[in-house]
Write a protein that binds this ligand. Structure first.
Ligand code: ADP
Length: 476
C-alpha cells in the first residue's frame, strides 16, 4: 500500500497472496488493507487536494510526462509482472503497458487544455464566465483483466484535472498496481496525491469510498452488478460516478463483407486476453451466404492457437482468471450445446501438458447459436465464439440491439452507406467498422445502457474529473 507518500510495511497477519493463474503457484504476498487504511488514504488525498489543485497545469503535466517516460523505460518489467500475475501472453502484456503509458502522455497534454469560456449576457452590465475545477478526492476501483491500463486511464485524467486519488486495484492483480505506483513515486508526485490500497476484500474499501463525504467522485471498471450497487449507494451523498461495466458486443458480418477479412479480425479480437475483455464479441451475426467461408477461415485460425503460460513462446491463449471463470464458460457452452448449438471446435477445459494446474479453456467455436441460449444474453468473458446466422439484413439492428448492454459493436461491410446506417443505429458506445481495435487514449471509451456511465480517454476523459462553475458578474 502507498499512503501519503509512504509504502506500508505489512504486519504478517494482514496480508494476502497473489497466484499465478497459469500454474496456481503463489507468487507474492501483499498488504491487505481495510477500512482503517482506506480512511488514512482518503485523509491523505484530502489533505493534498488544495495544493495539488492549485499547482499550475504545467506542473501537473510535467509530472505526467515523467510518469510516461518512466513507464516506457520500465515496459519490460511491467509486462513480465503482468504475464506472471494476470496470465496474458507477454506480447499482449507489452502492448497493454504501451496502451497504459499512452494515457499518461495524453493527459499530460490535456492537463494544459482545461479551458473555461465566456458567454455573452442579454444584459449589457453583466458578464458570464465558466470555470472548470477539479471534482475533489476520487475513489477508483479497477479490474484484473487490464491491470495496468485501467489504472492509468483513471489516475492520469484525475491528476491532470487537479484531483487527488485513492486506488483500489483488483484482488487478483495488486502487483501490477504496486509497480505502477512505484513509477508514480519515482516521478516525484507529492505525498498524498495518489494513494494505493491493496485489499483481499473489496467491501470495506468500497464502503469508505461510498460513505466518506470527502470522496466526491467514484470511478469504477468492473461488473455491471457491482457497478449498479456502487451507483445506487453513491447517490446517498450524490457523488459523481463514472462506470465502465460489462458488455455483450455484436460482431456483424454483412452479406457484402469480405468473409476472410472478417474471420481474421474476429480470431484476433475474440481471443485477445482469452476473451476476458468487456469489448469482446459475444454474438457473431454472420449472413448465411458468408457462413461457410467465414467459419472455414475462423476454424483454421483457431486450430493453430496454442494455449499455455503467457511467458511461453508462441502462446496466444493464456489462462482464465480463476476456476469460477472456467466453470462459467463451460456452463455456457454446455447449455448452448444442449439447446442445439453445434460445437465446431473446443468446448472443454484443457488439462494436458501441465495445464491442469492453471485455469485453461480450449478456444471454442459454437455454430447455430440462438436467443434461447445463455451465451446469447450473458457476458462470457472467455475464449468462446458464438456464431449466429441470419438471412434478412433488415432485422440486423433489432437483433444486435437486443441486449441490456451497450459497450462495443463491430460491423464488417464493404458498403459505405450500409455501414454508416449501422453505425448510427447501433446502441453502443464504441463501434468498429471493418476495424477490430477502435480504442486509443485519444478516443472516448464507454458504454450505453447497462454498460455504464461516462467516458474514459479523449477530451471526454478529463471532463469526468471536472466541475463546471458559472460566474455571473454584474458591472453595476
Ligand atoms: P469481476 O467479476 O470482473 O471480477 P467485479 O466487479 O467483481 O468484476 O470486480 C471489479 C473490481 O471491483 C475489483 O477491483 C473488485 O475488487 C471490485 N469490487 C467487487 N465488489 C466490490 C464491492 N462490493 N465494493 C467495491 N469494490 C468491489
Amino acid at each position: 500500500m502507498f499512503i501519503n507518500g509512504q509504502w506500508a510495511i505489512p504486519e504478517k497477519k494482514n496480508t494476502f497472496t497473489v497466484l499465478n493463474p497459469a500454474t496456481g503457484e503463489t507468487i507474492a504476498t501483499v498488504p491487505d488493507g481495510g477500512e482503517k487504511e482506506t480512511r488514512l488514504a482518503v485523509t491523505a488525498a484530502h489533505d493534498a487536494l488544495d495544493t495539488w489543485a492549485a499547482a499550475t497545469a504545467y506542473r501537473r503535466s510535467d509530472f505526467l510526462y515523467r510518469a510516461h517516460t518512466l513507464m516506457m523505460d520500465n515496459l519490460e518489467h511491467l509486462a513480465q509482472t503482468m504475464t506472471l500475475e494476470q496470465g496474458k501472453p507477454i506480447k499482449a502484456a507489452r502492448n497493454e503497458v504501451k496502451y497504459g503509458a499512452d494515457f499518461l502522455l495524453w493527459f499530460a497534454e490535456e492537463a494544459k487544455r482545461v479551458y473555461g469560456r465566456t458567454i455573452p449576457s442579454a444584459r449589457s452590465d453583466q458578464r458570464f464566465m465558466v470555470l472548470k475545477q477539479p471534482v475533489g478526492v476520487v475513489g477508483a476501483i479497477t479490474p484484473w483483466n487490464y491491470p495496468v491500463s485501467m489504472i492509468t486511464r483513471k489516475v492520469a485524467p484525475a491528476l491532470a484535472a487537479g484531483c487527488t486519488i485513492v486506488l483500489k486495484p483488483a484482488e487478483a492483480t495488486p502487483l501490477c498496481a504496486i509497480e505502477v505506483f512505484k513509477l508514480l513515486e519515482k516521478a516525484g508526485l507529492p505525498a498524498g496525491v495518489a494513494n494505493l490500497v491493496t485489499a483481499r476484500d473489496p467491501n470495506p474499501v468500497g464502503e469508505v469510498f461510498l460513505t466518506d463525504e470527502r470522496v466526491r467522485k467514484l470511478t469504477f471498471t468492473g461488473s455491471t452488478q457491482v457497478g449498479k450497487m456502487l451507483a445506487r449507494e453513491a447517490a446517498a451523498q450524490m457523488k459523481r460516478v463514472s462506470l465502465e461495466l460489462g458488455g455483450h458486443a455484436p460482431f456483424i458480418v454483412c452479406k457484402d463483407a469480405d468473409p476472410v477479412h472478417a474471420a481474421k479480425g474476429l480470431s484476433l479480437l475474440k481471443f485477445l486476453n482469452t476473451g476476458q475483455a468487456c469489448i469482446s464479441p459475444n454474438r457473431i451475426f454472420v449472413h448465411e451466404s458468408m457462413k461457410e467461408p467465414f467459419l472455414k477461415e475462423l476454424s483454421s485460425r483457431v486450430f493453430k492457437m496454442k494455449a499455455g503460460p503467457g511467458s511461453e513462446a508462441g502462446v496466444s491463449i493464456g489462462p482464465l482468471v480463476n476456476d469460477t471463470a472456467v466453470e462459467k464458460v463451460d456452463n455456457q457452452v454446455k447449455d448452448a450445446v444442449a439447446k442445439g448449438a453445434k460445437l465446431v471446435t473446443g468446448g472443454f477445459r484443457l488439462m494436458e501438458n501441465g495445464l491442469d494446474k492453471g485455469h485453461f479453456y480450449a478456444p471454442t467455436i459454437l455454430d447455430n447459436v440462438t436467443p434461447e441460449m445463455l451465451i446469447y444474453r450473458e457476458e462470457t468473458f472467455g475464449p468462446v465464439a458464438p456464431v449466429i446466422s441470419y438471412q434478412d439484413e433488415k432485422e440486423l439492428l433489432t437483433m444486435a440491439n437486443d441486449t441490456r448492454y451497450g459497450l462495443a459493436a463491430y460491423v464488417y461491410s464493404q458498403n459505405l452507406s450500409k455501414a454508416m446506417l449501422l453505425f448510427e443505429g447501433l446502441n453502443f458506445g464504441i463501434i468498429g467498422i471493418n476495424d477490430i481495435n477502435p480504442t486509443s487514449a485519444a478516443a472516448p471509451f464507454g458504454g450505453m445502457k447497462e454498460s455504464g456511465l461516462g467516458r474514459e480517454g479523449a477530451i471526454e476523459g478529463i471532463e469526468e474529473y471536472l466541475e463546471t462553475k458559472l460566474g455571473g458578474f454584474s458591472l453595476k
